[in-house]
Design a protein around this ligand. Sequence first.
Ligand code: SF4
Length: 338
Amino acid sequence: MIKENLCGLTPDEIYGLVQAEGYNYNQAVKVATSIYKKRIADVSQIGGVPKSLKVYLDDIAVTGFYGPATSEVSADKSIKYLFISPEGKKFESVWIPDVKRRTICISTQSGCRMGCPFCVTAKYGFHGNLSSGDIVNQVLSIPDAGNVTHVVFMGMGEPMDNLENVLKACKIMTSEWGMSFSPRNITVSSVGITPAIKEFLNRSECNLTISLYSPFEEERIRIVPAESSYPVHEIIRIMKDFTVKKKRRFSVAYVMINDINDTVRHLEGLRKILGGSGIRVNLMPYHPVNDDNNSSSSDDRMLFFKHELVISGISASIRRSRGTDISAACGLLASGLK
Ligand code: SF4
């Protein structure tokens, strides 16, 4: 008999497993709380429920936690982990500790099928969606699991291409019975798949970041093939029109590549599509991998973009890279392309 993984289930689903044996909904909530808040790895250690329930669960289920297979530590103390799921899917997470903000960057798929030409994960190909359990397990099973303050869905894969599992993982992370993160501390990053973005906006309260690369359709399409089916202008219009509640944050990530997307023309394009939208811009340096001849925009150029955007009324910040000495580009550990 294949045992059920409890990690990845909601209290409703756990109740569905135990209801016929006479256990109640509150007991299912206690099981969920033990799994997600206390990170109890052994079913027999689940607290606050009758011994008979633990014996029953031990028969039919496992917690489903699994730790990383390998890791690489950076000089700046960020740590990249390679996970291998029980089904053999490889994917990566990066632990990024800072003074007050301790972030884990997690994956939603093993590989990716979006085919962005600059991306190492794209070169690895697509090896399957991660389950909601695989997604939350990355937050629960790193050595620093108890210290995480922020979660970013910016690892391997396109979250909107695995929407139901991503929404369920967000629910587990933000629910009182789950991990109790504020939705303001969880950011999902996407290249933009319009129907899934609409669903995500309506069914989650977590933050959303869109990877932009260029404000011009004809350029963006060369870097983000999804642009041909899902133009980013339409996605930005949807984000502009969406009523944002309780400090939810919408942003675009703009990776700056020297002489490619850092000209005055690009700055004007950014002003044009983002002006008055309330959408924030995160300017990020570019990291070439392998035989790539492109390079990042200079610090001065990034500061110039930030200054010009801010004086135009567009919130902008520069995000410094972490873990560059451990090849933090997603996909390197899993693909072996390092
Ligand atoms: S950049 Fe993101 S969406 Fe594009 S191939 Fe890489 S992981 Fe997928």
